[in-house]
Design a binder for this molecule. Sequence first.
Ligand code: EPZ
Length: 422
Amino acid sequence: MDSILVRGGAELHGRIPIAGAKNACLALMPATLLTEEPLTLTNAPRLSDISTMSLLLESLGADVQALEEGRRLALASHGLSSHRAEYEIVRRMRASILVLGPLLAREGHAIVSLPGGCAIGARPVDLHQMAMEALGAELELRDGYLHARAPRGLRGAEIEFPIVSVGATENALMAATLARGTTVIRNAAREPEIVDLAQCLRRMGAQIAGEGSETITVEGVDRLSGATHPVVVDRIELGTYMIAPAITGGRVECVGGSRALLASFCDKLEAAGITVEETPEGLATRRSGERVRAVHVVTEPYPGFPTDLQAQMMALLATADGVSILEERIFENRFMHAPELARMGADIEVHGGTATVRGVSRLRGAPVMATDLRASVSLVLAGLAAEGETRVARVYHLDRGYETVEEKLRACGARIERVRQT
Ligand code: EPZ
């Protein structure tokens, strides 16, 4: 298995282009199932999760072409050959559950494997189920698969989520576009990826209002058409690379980034003493000299501090001057990076959903590995700041969500390489 080798200590200076958002693209791709006409996504990221979603859609009979080296995805679902999402694919990626709403809306039935457990928490799909039931579907769990049927079609309804869920909001939104009548989604997720999905669905002819707020209203239509849609910028990749110069010293401009995507994160970086500048082409971060200051971080649904940047922030705070507190409020087990950072000399104590990070003046390189995507990248960031060599194993986690991470960082002066193992 490949690993990433980082020799720490180099300041970073330069520019990093930010790709299209993985989590937006993973929700936009299943929207092809809602129409017989072609859906084209531009600015798509080149990631293994996108290949997994392509595989899943192809297994249902959709045609997926990756053009322009994967930057443009041409999707078409003229006629579907299956309505069953197999465990073999779903277990590799939980976003597979996002085919449930579109399949039900278009075909009137769907069989989708339950995704199973996950390194960062239990992550049940009860809210997806609840939304489909509210829209008139009947669901039953058999042999590890959710069997969903809506023989008379879906009908508009009031859906009130008890907690905010990005994926369940996306499933409800897609299903509601073809349901008869009006659907009102309350306590909806407000993430930029939801807004992006709503904009794409609107381009396809859907009637949607209120995306980006807590209440989304959808008037069902008889059919949707094809469209071309650019995937929104990846705010989590953006935040990750904004932390890189904060941790090493230097200045990096993230091209394509905007503060609007990450306001609470930017506020927290500034509180830690990092300079965040809006530039004509994006967003730059800079740290000169001083150690960063300790801060208190609480992860929350958008517009709060994103859980997907908690691990990277912990890497930064590991060398802060003072004691930082990180509270993880979205997932119950998302501190798997803490013991690995400790192997590099970080002083972190975890109690339930709270981590206390006592900043140390220096991290030291070590062999480390991680069990999820954001944890992996946090170890790469820590390696950039550490004395000596850090080897991050299980790089396949990184490849799920970061395009050519080593090239992007190397272009700014990082000493980082992929060590291929055959
Ligand atoms: C999305 O996951 C993202 N994935 C995650 O990105 C991200 O961490 C998460 O949203 C939160 O922002 C994609 O968009 C593909 P949720 P999702 O439903 O939709 C609970 C990354 O690193 N819940 O908003 O699965 C759940 O357990 C990742 O790129 C239920 O209880 O997250 C969690 O505690 C990982 N029942 C909370 O809600 C349900 O039916 C929020 O999860 C669904 C969720």
